[in-house]
Design a protein around this ligand. Structure first.
Ligand code: BDP
Length: 711
C-alpha cells in the first residue's frame, strides 16, 4: 500500500514537472531525451512509428532497440513497438544479410563499425533506414539517429553516413584498485572493485551507453601506475564482469600491466624481457586472461617512467619490453600500447627525452604494438606544441594520448572546453607530409593499427565528470577519436544541443562561451608558451617560484628560466636544440623567434623582457596583457552564462554559475601571483593602467594545499 501511494505521488510529481524545466543534475549526460515541443514531437512520431528489425538478433541489437525506444519515448512521449513487418514511418535496422528486398546501399564503405542513416522509400513505404555491417554499427547508427533528433536535424530528409577513421578509441582510466583516481576530480572510481564481480552497479551500463553513443570502443580499467594485483585471478574475474557489461556496447576492456609482475606475482628473480622464464610467465598470464575475457583488448604499459619498472632495468630497450608482451598477446589478437611518456635519460631538456628514447627504435616494434604518445612533449599543459614523434616514426603505429581530466587546467572547477586543444594538435602539420591526424588515422604512413586514447575524467560524481561542462570534454574526445577532422565548434554545437538546449540562439551562445574557454586558461595560467608553472605534486594553483624539488626538471623555474635578462626556455639551435627534433620545415620556423607563433614563443626561446612583440608591446607588456586578457575572458564567460539563465534548467544553471565564480576568483589569483613573481624577476614597473597584484608575492608563496584531490 505504502509503495502504491509513493508511486502515485511520484507520478503526480512527474506530471507537475512536465511543461516546466524538470530538475536536472547532469546524470543523463547528452542522452537526456527530454520532451520536444509539440510540433517537433509530432514530426518525430511520424518518422519513428515502429522499430523494424532486419538484422540478426544479438545483445548489441537489443541495446540499439532499447536506446531508440528510450529516446523516442522521452522526446516524442510515445512508446514504439518492435516489429518485423515494414510499416510506414518505421525505423529499419538493417544489415546486408537480412536487408529488406530493394534496399541498395554502399555497404562496403561502412566497414565494420560505420553506419548510414537515410530517409527513403522502401517497398512503397516511407521509412528511415539505419544500416550497418554489424550489430555494433547498428548501435552506433541508432545513437547517431538520436543525435540527429536531439540536434534538430530535418528527419524527413535525413541522409548521413560515417565510419570511424581510427580503429581503437580508448578511455584510459587512471583508477587505483582502492578507488582513488589519480588526477581524478569527479569523485571515486566508478569501478567498485571490492563488490565486483558479484555486484554490478547499474551505472556501468550507463557508462557503456555514453561511450557507445560516441563510438568509444575500449576502456583501460586501471591506472598506468599499475599494481601487479590487477593481473591476479580475483581481479581478472572482476575485470571479466565489467567486460560482460560492456560487451554489448562494443567496448573491450584493457589493463595497465606492471612490468615487474613476473617478479611480484610469479616469484621470478627477474622481469628481464629476454629471459625465457619471464616470457613464459607472460604467455601463461595472457592465456589465463583470455580464458576469462575472450575479447580482452590488451595491455597499456608505463615503463621506465617516473619510477615505474621497465626493460631498461635489465639493460634492454622499450622495443624489447613491448615485443615480449606483444608475443604473449598476439596469438589472442591483443595489442600492447606502450607509452612514450619518459624523461629519465638526461635532464638537460625534458622535452627531448621521449624522442631521444623512442625515435631510434622506429621499425623495431612487433606489429601488434602501438607506441602511445602524449599530445605534447612535456605533460598535458594548457598549451604545448605537438609531440615531435608524430611523423618521425613512419614504421611504427603511433597512438595519440590526450588528457580529458584537467590536471593542469584548473581541475573540474574551471570551465575549459578541450575540443580546441585536441583539434589544435590533430590539425598541426608535422612537416613530414601530413598533419598529426594523418599519423593518428594511419594514413600518412599506411599503418593499419590506429588508436587515440583519452585519460578519463569520469568518477562517481552524480554528473560523472566533476562539472557539467567537463562532460563536453569526454564527448569531444569520443567524437574526435571517431573522426579527427571534426571541428571543435561543430562538436560543441552538438554537445550543447544535446546537453542543454537545441534552441539555436542559446545553443550558439553556449558554444561561443566554450570556444574561448581553453584560451582563457592558457592566458591566465601559462601564456606565450610558458609551461609547468603549477603547484608541486597536485598541480593546483600557481607556483612559478618553486626551485627546490629533487629533480631539476620538476621545478617551474627549470621551465620558465626567468631572470633579470629575460624569460623562456631556449630550445633553439643556440639552446637545447629541442627544435631540431621536428621536421626541417617546422624546425626552421620555430628556430627563429620572429617566425615562432606568439603562442609558443617562450616554449622555444629565451628572450629579453623588452623584446618587441608583433602587437607593438614589449614582451613584459605582452605577458601582463595576456594574464589580464585571461581574467577578462572569464568575467565575460560569467556574464554570458548569466544571460542564459532563462534558457537553462535552474539546478544546472546555478551549479555552473557557482563554478564560474570559483574560476573567476582563481583566474585572478593565477594572474596576480604570476605577475607578482615575474615582476620580481624582470624588475620592471607594471605597464601604465595595469592593476597591481592584490597581495605581496610572499602571500602567494605561502599558500599550501595539503589535501588537493587527484594526487
Ligand atoms: C602526469 C601525472 C601523473 C601521471 C603521469 C603519466 O602528473 O600523475 O602518472 O603524467 O602520464 O601528468 O604517467
Amino acid at each position: 500500500m505504502k509503495t502504491v501511494v509513493r508511486w502515485v505521488g511520484m507520478v503526480m510529481l512527474g506530471l507537475m514537472l512536465v511543461g516546466q524545466a524538470a530538475a536536472e543534475d547532469g546524470y543523463d549526460l547528452w542522452l537526456r531525451y527530454r520532451p520536444l515541443d509539440g510540433a517537433a514531437q509530432a514530426r518525430l512520431h511520424a518518422q519513428a512509428r515502429a522499430v523494424v528489425l532486419a538484422a540478426p538478433a544479438s545483445p548489441s541489437l537489443d541495446a540499439a532497440v532499447a536506446e531508440l525506444r528510450r529516446g523516442v519515448a522521452g522526446m516524442a512521449g510515445r512508446e514504439i513497438a518492435v516489429s518485423t513487418r515494414l510499416v510506414p514511418g518505421a525505423l529499419v535496422l538493417a544489415t546486408p544479410g537480412q536487408a529488406p528486398a530493394g534496399l541498395v546501399l554502399p555497404w562496403a564503405d561502412l566497414g565494420r563499425e560505420g553506419w548510414l542513416l537515410r530517409r527513403q522509400t522502401l517497398q512503397g513505404r516511407d521509412v528511415t533506414v539505419i544500416a550497418a555491417n554489424s550489430d555494433i554499427g547498428l548501435l552506433y547508427g541508432s545513437f547517431a539517429w538520436l543525435r540527429a533528433v536531439q540536434t534538430g536535424a530535418d528527419l524527413a530528409r535525413l541522409d548521413q553516413r560515417s565510419a570511424p577513421k581510427v580503429g581503437l578509441r580508448l578511455l584510459n582510466h587512471w583508477d587505483n584498485l582502492d578507488r582513488h583516481v589519480e588526477r581524478g576530480y569527479a569523485g571515486a572510481s566508478l569501478w567498485d572493485w571490492w563488490k565486483l564481480p558479484d555486484l554490478l552497479d547499474p551505472r556501468y551500463v550507463d557508462y557503456a551507453r555514453a561511450n557507445a553513443s560516441l563510438g568509444i570502443n575500449g576502456a583501460v580499467l586501471n591506472n598506468v601506475n599499475a599494481k601487479a594485483d590487477s593481473l591476479t585471478a580475483p581481479f581478472l574475474a572482476k575485470a571479466a564482469a565489467l567486460a560482460g557489461v560492456f560487451r554489448p556496447y562494443g567496448i573491450k576492456v584493457y589493463l595497465s600491466a606492471r612490468f615487474s609482475a613476473p617478479v611480484e606475482l610469479g616469484g621470478l628473480k627477474t622481469a628481464d624481457p629476454l629471459d625465457p622464464a619471464v616470457r613464459a610467465w607472460w604467455k601463461a598470464k595472457a592465456d589465463e586472461i583470455y580464458a576469462v575475457i575472450p575479447d580482452f583488448g590488451g595491455f597499456l604499459v608505463k615503463a621506465n617512467s617516473e619510477g615505474q619498472p621497465g626493460p631498461q632495468d635489465y639493460g634492454r630497450n622499450h622495443a624489447d619490453g613491448a615485443n615480449m608482451l606483444a608475443e604473449a598477446l598476439g596469438p589472442h589478437g591483443g595489442v600492447v600500447m606502450w607509452r612514450a611518456f619518459v624523461y629519465a635519460a638526461d635532464a638537460s631538456d625534458r622535452a627531448k627525452q621521449g624522442y631521444v628514447e623512442f625515435q631510434p627504435l622506429d621499425g623495431k616494434f612487433a606489429p601488434n604494438v602501438i607506441v602511445q604518445v602524449k599530445n605534447g612533449p612535456i605533460d598535458f599543459q594548457p598549451r604545448e606544441p605537438f609531440h615531435p614523434l608524430f611523423g618521425a616514426m613512419p614504421h611504427t603505429p603511433l597512438a595519440l594520448e590526450v588528457q580529458i581530466t584537467k590536471e593542469y587546467l584548473g581541475f573540474s572547477t574551471h570551465l575549459a572546453y578541450l575540443g580546441p586543444l585536441f583539434a589544435e594538435v590533430l590539425q598541426a602539420d608535422t612537416g613530414h607530409g601530413g598533419k598529426v591526424a594523418r599519423v593518428v588515422d594511419g594514413s600518412l604512413h599506411g599503418q593499419r593499427l590506429t588508436a587515440m586514447a583519452g585519460v578519463a575524467n569520469i568518477g562517481t560524481d552524480r554528473n560523472w565528470s566533476g562539472s557539467q561542462f567537463d562532460q563536453a570534454n569526454w564527448y569531444a574526445f569520443g567524437r574526435l577519436a571517431w573522426d579527427p577532422d571534426l571541428g571543435a565548434a561543430d562538436v560543441a554545437r552538438d554537445w550543447a544541443a544535446q546537453t542543454f538546449t537545441a534552441r539555436p540562439a542559446a545553443r550558439d551562445a553556449i558554444v561561443a562561451l566554450m570556444m574561448g574557454s581553453r584560451e582563457a586558461v592558457v592566458d591566465y595560467m601559462t601564456p606565450l608558451g610558458l609551461h609547468h608553472l603549477m603547484g608541486t605534486g597536485h598541480h593546483y594553483g600557481p607556483a612559478p617560484w618553486v626551485d627546490n624539488l629533487e629533480r631539476a626538471d620538476w621545478n617551474p623555474v627549470y621551465f620558465h628560466r626567468a631572470g633579470r635578462d629575460g624569460i623562456g626556455f631556449d630550445r633553439s639551435p643556440a639552446g637545447s636544440n629541442g627544435v631540431a627534433q621536428y621536421a626541417p620545415s617546422v624546425a626552421r620556423l620555430w628556430s627563429d623567434p620572429r617566425t615562432t607563433p606568439p603562442e609558443l614563443l617562450l616554449w622555444f626561446h629565451h628572450l629579453p623582457w623588452d623584446y618587441a612583440m608583433p602587437s607593438g608591446r614589449s614582451l613584459w607588456g605582452e605577458l601582463v596583457a595576456r594574464y589580464d586578457r585571461g581574467v577578462a575572458t572569464v568575467d565575460d564567460m560569467r556574464r554570458r552564462w548569466d544571460a542564459l539563465k532563462p534558457e537553462i534548467d535552474a539546478a544546472r544553471h546555478a551549479e555552473v554559475a557557482a563554478y564560474l565564480a570559483v574560476q573567476a576568483h582563481e583566474a585572478q589569483w593565477w594572474r596576480d601571483a604570476c605577475i607578482a613573481y615575474f615582476q620580481s624577476m624582470s624588475g620592471l614597473p607594471l605597464p601604465a593602467g595595469v592593476r597591481p597584484p592584490a597581495l605581496d608575492l610572499a602571500a602567494y608563496k605561502a599558500r599550501q594545499f595539503a589535501f588537493a584531490p587527484g594526487r
